[in-house]
Design a protein around this ligand. Structure first.
Ligand code: FES
Length: 175
């Protein structure tokens, strides 16, 4: 990580500490902010947060590793998680998975070179009666077909285009 990146990250964390408070209960919201803006939570970020909140870095690390939506490594702006649990499996998740891999040009566990998409497996999201189900960041999509995959991916790309994100933070785009 470059010095400027570290300074920016440190400034961001300082601002979130101001916003949420310099105490233990601020830990999760601050981690969510770091994840949202920087797409992962680095060792440096964990140490900075621990220093600001005056807690042990191991405590920060244990929270990061506990929650599936927090990542130590870089993830794309859109993290697509396809349910692979039995009901979605029987409902046709393999066809959906193949379409996702074709459209994105990556396999599960990878991030596109431009940092736009990450593709991951998920376990049951509670939408079993409407499978196959997938999540795009925090948005649930149900009864997903290969055709619907193409629409979902296209909508992500549109929402992240310069015209669509003019004047707003593209990283917070939802589809
Ligand atoms: S099995 Fe896929 S949402 Fe429950």
């Amino acid at each position: 990580m470059l010095v400027n990146d570290r300074q920016r990250l440190s400034q961001d964390i300082g601002a979130w500490v101001q916003q949420y408070g310099a105490n233990r209960s601020a830990l999760l919201p601050i981690l969510q902010e770091v994840q949202k803006k920087h797409h992962h939570i680095s060792d440096f970020a964990m140490q900075e947060i621990a220093d600001y909140l005056d807690i042990h870095p191991v405590e920060v690390y244990s929270v990061v590793t506990f929650y599936a939506f927090l990542h130590e490594t870089y993830h794309g702006k859109f993290v697509i998680r396809l349910c692979r649990t039995i009901t979605c499996d029987m409902a046709g998740k393999d066809r959906v998975a193949r379409q996702l891999e074709n459209d994105l040009g990556i396999t599960f566990g990878e991030t596109t070179p431009d940092g736009t998409f990450s593709l991951e497996w998920a376990n049951c999201t509670g939408m079993c009666d409407q499978g196959p189900a997938l999540l795009v960041n925090d948005q649930v999509h149900t009864q997903v077909t290969p055709e619907k995959v193409q629409e979902i991916v296209a909508a992500c790309r549109r929402s992240f285009s310069p015209a669509a994100t003019h004047g707003e933070n593209p990283k917070e785009a939802h589809v």
